[in-house]
Design a protein around this ligand. Structure first.
Ligand SMILES: [Zn+2]
Length: 429
């Protein structure tokens, strides 16, 4: 029997906030209340005890690009960021379009420092031509279907995927909304800054056009659509209106889209290259407002490790993507909660219980901290400040755009199924 008490913290979950100790026994929450005792104590004084975070959007790079990240190193970064579950994106080599590959990822994931939830491709090879065996993947537990990295460009194929998904309980089709034909050759947001720098652009309309189309397809089929990493004011407006009309859509935003603008690209530092690209200030304001009014359901990292050899190429040749797992919660606290844009509860909802529900893992993640709940928990010190050092991150790669930035909010402990995988800010294995 393993038993410990998380003592002296403030418990914050979907039911509200209260000062309470949390007794964990044999992998589940046994008791929540004042003055709980156990031989083993986890200090939570001055900290928040919350359901562990859930990332809807993690690129773990295994199989195929283990020199950038592995399931093990990515899961360690996740645990240090307070995550107890991540949805692994399918653009591995080979891609997650086949039961054999998904089974292999899930098997390696059983040893990880967070739960590794496999997504599955919408189309074979993410090529956008024929549907992947969604039923077979669903039978292995896949609920999030996506060709992320690529947009499903054919409206007809997207419609068929949605119709098919309706027969798969809990399934959701997640779109990387960027029209290829408008973005080909583009490396940053199309606008005044891209003109000034002479870098080919990716227009915001390329995102909104696909979002508008897929809202129509969700309404037509009655199937759930989730929009990955929304980045523009127009997209947020479209989702807001669709939700008002009762269309079954959800969406996420990545931390870089509520913290950084396209001006960062003026450094020509490829750390700031990402798809969809960093946008203008008005778009940043709009996604912040979308989080505040609940239009945007989740904060998802789009954690995208790249080796220095590839990421340090010239801006236009470097691959898109940036690290996110170890900085997301601190960015939410620093950029959204501290200035009063979100309440702490709203930020935690976007990091934990909302994404848990979207991914269909809310039976074990994002749950109210109460007796019987699986002990997937994060203890977060909201006042602790720290400075991002790319070389000190647990990720195998170092491509963070926040090097040298001082953030507020640090994960103190992470508990996965009752195991202390992070203790006093350090991974235990
Ligand atoms: Zn994407």
């Amino acid at each position: 029997m393993s038993e410990f008490v998380i003592r002296g913290g403030e418990v914050v979950d979907a039911s509200g906030r209260r000062t309470a100790d949390v007794l964990v026994r044999d992998g589940v929450v046994a008791e929540v209340g004042a003055g709980l005792e156990a031989a083993d104590v986890l200090d939570a004084a001055g900290a928040i005890v919350t359901p562990g975070f859930v990332d809807l959007h993690t690129h773990l790079r295994e199989p195929g690009d283990e020199d950038a990240e592995t399931i093990e190193t990515g899961s360690r970064a996740a645990a240090l960021g307070g995550y107890t579950a991540v949805v692994a994106m399918p653009n591995t080599r080979p891609p997650l379009d086949d039961p054999t590959v998904v089974r292999a990822v899930l098997a390696i994931g059983t040893e990880a420092l967070c739960e590794v939830v496999s997504s599955g491709c919408i189309t074979r090879g993410r090529a956008g031509e024929a549907l992947a065996p969604m039923g077979e993947l669903h039978a292995l537990g896949v609920r999030v279907f996506t060709d992320d990295g690529s947009c499903v460009m054919s409206a007809g194929l997207m419609r068929r995927a949605l119709e098919y998904s309706r027969g798969l309980p809990g399934a959701v089709v997640a779109q990387h909304a960027e029209d290829d034909s408008m973005c080909a050759g583009g490396s940053m947001h199309e606008g005044a800054v891209s003109s000034r720098l002479g870098i080919p652009g990716r227009p915001g309309e390329a995102e909104a056009i696909i979002v508008a189309r897929d809202i129509r397809l969700a309404a037509l089929t009655g199937a759930r659509v989730h929009f990955l990493h929304l980045s523009t004011a127009a997209s947020v407006d479209l989702v807001r209106a669709a939700k008002r009309d009762g269309v079954p859509v959800t969406c996420e935003v990545a931390p870089h889209h509520f913290t950084l603008t396209d001006e960062a690209c003026a450094t020509f530092d490829p750390a700031f290259k990402v798809h969809p690209p960093l946008r203008g200030a008005a778009d940043v304001e709009a996604v912040r407002a979308g989080l505040a009014d609940g239009t945007i359901d989740a904060i998802a990292t789009d954690h995208a490790p790249h080796t220095p050899e590839t990421k340090e190429r010239p801006f236009e040749e470097a691959p898109p993507g940036m690290l996110g797992l170890e900085t997301a919660a601190a960015l939410a606290l620093t950029e959204l909660v501290e200035p009063g844009i979100l309440t702490l509860e709203q930020a935690l909802a976007a990091l934990s219980w909302n994404p848990a529900r979207i991914a269909g893992i809310d039976d074990r993640h994002g749950r109210t901290v109460a007796p019987g709940a699986p002990a997937n928990l994060c203890v977060l010190d909201p006042a602790a400040t720290w400075t991002v050092d790319p070389m000190a991150l647990a990720s195998r790669a170092h491509n963070t755009p926040y090097a040298g930035r001082t953030l507020r909010g640090r994960v103190r402990h992470t508990v996965l199924r009752g195991e202390r995988v992070v203790l006093d800010g350090r991974a235990t294995r």
